[in-house]
Design a protein around this ligand. Structure first.
Ligand code: PEP
Ligand code: MG
Length: 874
């Protein structure tokens, strides 16, 4: 028969799924003989059953709770509802994954008009007993009966005023008794029945309320933010009360076995004499550092440090513990693996390997890849952040913290930086022309654009802090003002932005530089020994390539050549090419571009040495490079000596309603093969020259984008191969090279067996593949997706975490089909998903050879790839 309630003596730490984290660890501590106030856990399955049965606790479960309560009475020697020796319990939530403070807790349950007298006698402290009772009614009224807390507060404050009491502690027993009468009246009025006096009724109502708190707004939001499934349910822990507020021989505290901030091996925590747990958490009184407990309670402290040490060894991980001292006796109320910063995680993992507590493999799993970012970018000084004024929140597009004076265009930002200022570039959205400003700016802030917008992608590539899509900003680029709420910021005013959280702050907040400690290097080395997936980077200039190599990149998985077209001195030539009337004119402009491209490729090849480099032919629609406003068109017409009318007409001609599905990718090379010719020549000549000049053996991988049909690929490939063969003949040299394609159009995935007849490698462009499979525009759907996540239609943003069920199915199918045709086909991913740990795990499982991501994500990917290998070990 199904069992829904477990005593602490029946469970263990391995029963987390059923008992929740708290319940499983309370059981484990009980099992290993630690002083835990006895109790029992109602399982997560009971919670799900409660919901399945229309928010009712079934008879069977009620029966089991009765049985366990009997046992609890026997173990404690106390009795539920007894006047002489009342059993009081706490009722606490406990989910599988810790959700601190998100769900409900009720303390002192079991108190009523009769048992309060018993408690007073037993503790010899009437005031304490009545104060506990009034707190209980208030907590139960708020959490279980859903009566607004403010109504209780109003009664309480009125009494304080009436009696002339400044502090809560000034209220005497008779005042508390009067408050209790009024509280009970309030309850009767609000719910149309009396406050439940029967402890068993109180308990059942409380259990139901904790189940319901699983679905309160903040718990749902917390799960969304932390990717916790909504169907797990919470367990409920019913535990006999111990009191830390029984005078100066009692107290309560929380402690970690090592520092959660920097990992130092030392007990770290806080303690309060004569207090209950919630006083510490609520910050009503300032707790003392834990070592002062050694002075107040030397014996108990000794006991506590012994238990802390034992728990850490038992769990082989840093523990976060809650405890209470009741009349000089220590009770453990909770233990769990402690949350920690990345710096702390790294130090603890390495130290524990040195101490022989864990092995290297376990150490590698102890650092969360998502947290590694913290170690690679500047952050705001924690103290400053506490004082800071938060103005708005956008998308956390590229991590790190930045502070500086705001400028509204690239030129102003560049000028400011040349004059020794620190700049934050503020734009409605960024475009290719902003690049120079982005390079010099400390950070980038945009009002529009999602996580894969130009600003976000480019900023991540540079490892530069970026907050995008901050819709609360009103940006007037011409007037050079930024309005947030009522406040107007002008050019040169200070703002601070946090690309790790998306927060925007007023003023000039201090940042602290990242420290790549030796321990971090060790974890990375261990990860490299374990992983089988290779990690490449997306980079299109030598500087980013070098960054990535420093971070351990093993190649370039995507070099977006269009980014080379954005450079200031090239853009007029690019524009000349675009507006050219004839193939001849176009070839002339292309010939001018060729040396630039070749030089760039040489620079990148030199940095990468014998590491593989995938270079993609031009992808975006041509009009992206053209000016749009009248003024810009006029300016360009003078610059390139093309009449204004002609230029304006060309811009209009090139306009597309849906450019993302328009004239881009291989379609450009089909229309204008000379573009592909120029690029192929630049790539191969760069390699040939390096062979001649430096004896380097470069083996370029040339990638053709946006292919949906084998014939398209065949057509463009022919141009590429013929161009390269001509170069070989002319230069009297031959090199190895590959020609492959991106798989980013669903049709390419569906026909990957045919495509593989032409393609020597596949690289999954999951940005476009997601866009086209989901039918969601990658640039415009930020708001819709946010809405979908809020309504639990999506668990997360499919442009950040691969939709494994849908898009992933296409990836797997294409990988399998590709291998059928060409068993040794090289397979990689280069969409933004390539740096996402869950996607990396997927890539490992479906047998890709590498992932490619922006330079600053390379260490994250290395770690995630190692964790994927460990998780999938047979
Ligand atoms: C992709 O579509 O996933 C990709 C990497 O190409 P881009 O983002 O340049 O379209
Ligand atoms: Mg693409």
């Amino acid at each position: 028969m199904a069992k829904f309630v477990y005593s602490f003596s029946e469970g263990s730490k391995d029963m987390r799924g059923l008992l929740g984290g708290k319940g499983a660890n309370l059981a484990e501590m009980t099992k290993i003989g630690l002083p835990v106030p006895y109790g029992f856990t109602v399982t997560t399955e009971a919670c799900n059953k409660y919901y399945d049965e229309g928010k009712r606790i079934g008879k069977g479960i009620i029966g089991e709770i009765y049985e366990h309560l009997d046992e609890l009475e026997k173990v404690t020697g106390k009795e539920f509802g007894s006047v002489d020796n009342p059993l009081l319990v706490s009722v606490r939530s406990g989910a599988v994954f810790s959700m601190p403070g998100m769900m409900d807790t009720i303390l002192n349950l079991g108190l009523n008009d009769a048992t309060v007298v018993g408690l007073a006698k037993l503790t010899n402290n009437e005031r304490f007993a009545y104060d506990s009772y009034r707190r209980f009614i208030q907590m139960f009224g708020d959490v279980v009966l859903e009566i607004p807390k403010t109504k209780f507060d109003a009664i309480f404050d009125a009494k304080k005023l009436e009696e002339g009491c400044k502090f809560d502690v000034d209220l005497k027993t008779e005042h508390l008794i009067d408050i209790i009468v009024k509280y009970k009246d309030l309850v009767s009025r609000e719910i149309g029945r009396d406050f439940p006096m029967e402890p068993m009724d109180q308990l059942m109502e409380a259990v139901g309320a904790v189940f319901r708190s699983w679905n309160n707004e903040r718990a749902i939001l917390y799960r969304q933010l932390n990717n916790i499934p909504h169907n797990l349910g919470t367990a409920v822990n019913v535990q006999s009360m111990v009191f830390g507020n029984m005078g100066d021989t009692s107290g309560t505290g929380v402690a970690f076995t090592r520092s959660p901030v920097n990992g130092e091996k030392k007990i770290f925590g806080e303690f309060l004499v004569n207090a209950q747990g919630e006083d510490v958490v609520a910050g009503i009184r300032t707790p003392q550092p834990i070592d002062q407990m050694a002075e107040a309670f030397p014996e108990v402290y000794k006991d506590f440090t012994r238990i802390a040490d034992l728990l850490e060894k038992h769990y082989t991980d840093m523990q976060d513990m809650e405890f209470t001292v009741e009349k000089n006796k220590l009770f453990m109320l909770q233990t769990r693996n402690g949350k920690r910063t990345a710096a702390s995680a790294v130090k603890i993992a390495v130290d524990m390997v040195n101490e022989g507590l864990i092995d290297k493999k376990v150490a590698v799993t102890r650092v969360e890849p998502g947290q590694v970012d913290q170690l690679l970018h500047p952050m705001f000084d924690a103290k400053e952040l506490k004082k800071a004024k938060k103005l708005a929140k956008g998308l956390a597009a590229s991590p790190g913290a930045a502070t500086g004076k705001i400028y509204f265009n690239a030129k102003d930002a560049v000028d400011a930086v040349e004059n020794g200022k620190k700049a934050i570039l503020v734009r409605l959205e960024t475009s290719p022309e902003d690049l120079a400003g982005m390079v010099v700016a400390e950070g980038i802030l945009t009002a529009r654009g999602g996580m894969t917008s130009h600003a976000a992608v480019v900023a991540r590539g540079m490892g530069k802090c970026c907050v995008s899509g901050c819709s609360e900003l009103k940006v007037d680029e011409l007037g050079k003002t930024l309005t947030i709420g009522k406040k107007v910021y002008k050019e040169g005013d200070y703002l601070s932005i946090d690309g790790t959280t998306g927060d925007v702050y007023d003023g000039n907040l201090k940042t602290v530089a990242p420290e790549l400690s030796g321990d971090f290097g060790k974890i990375m080395k261990w990860a490299d020994e374990i992983r089988t997936l290779k990690v490449r980077t997306n980079a299109d200039n030598p500087r980013d390539a070098q960054h990535a190599v420093d971070f351990g990149a093993e190649g370039i998985g995507l070099c977006r050549t269009e980014h080379m077209f954005f450079e200031e001195e090239r853009i007029p030539v690019v524009r000349k090419m675009i507006v050219a009337d004839s193939e001849r004119d176009r070839r002339e402009a292309l010939a001018q571009l060729m040396p630039f491209q070749k030089g760039d490729f040489k620079g990148i090849f030199e940095v990468m040495g014998d590491r593989p480099v995938t270079i993609r032919l031009l992808d975006p629609p041509l009009h992206e490079f053209l000016p749009h406003t009248d003024e810009e068109i006029k300016e360009l017409s003078e610059q390139i000596d093309v009449p204004y009318e002609k230029l304006a007409k060309k811009v209009q001609e090139l306009h597309e309603f849906n450019p993302m599905l328009g004239h881009r990718g291989c379609r450009l090379a089909v229309t204008y093969p000379e573009i592909a010719e120029m690029q192929a020549e630049a790539i191969i000549m760069a390699a040939i020259e390096l062979k001649k000049e430096k004896g380097m053996n470069i083996k370029p991988e040339i990638m053709i984008p946006l292919v949906g049909f084998k014939e398209e690929l065949k057509f463009v490939k022919k141009t590429v191969v013929e161009t390269i063969e001509k170069c070989f003949a002319r230069e009297g040299i031959k090199l190895e090279y590959l020609v492959g394609t991106m798989i980013e159009v669903p049709r390419a995935a569906l026909t990957a067996d045919e495509i593989a007849e032409e393609a020597e490698f596949f690289s999954f462009g999951t940005n476009d593949l997601t866009q086209m499979t989901l039918g969601f525009s990658r640039d415009d759907t930020g708001k819709i997706i946010k809405n979908y996540i809020e309504r639990q239609i999506f668990d997360n943003d499919p442009f950040q975490q691969l939709d494994q069920t849908g898009v992933g199915k296409l990836v797997k199918m294409a990988a399998d089909l590709g291998k059928q045709t060409r068993p040794n086909i090289k397979l990689g991913i280069c969409g933004e998903h390539g740096g996402d740990p869950t996607t990396i795990e997927f890539c490992h499982r479906v047998g890709l050879n590498y992932v490619s991501c922006s330079p600053f994500r390379v260490p994250i990917a290395r770690l995630a790839a190692a964790q994927a290998a460990i998780a999938n070990e047979k």
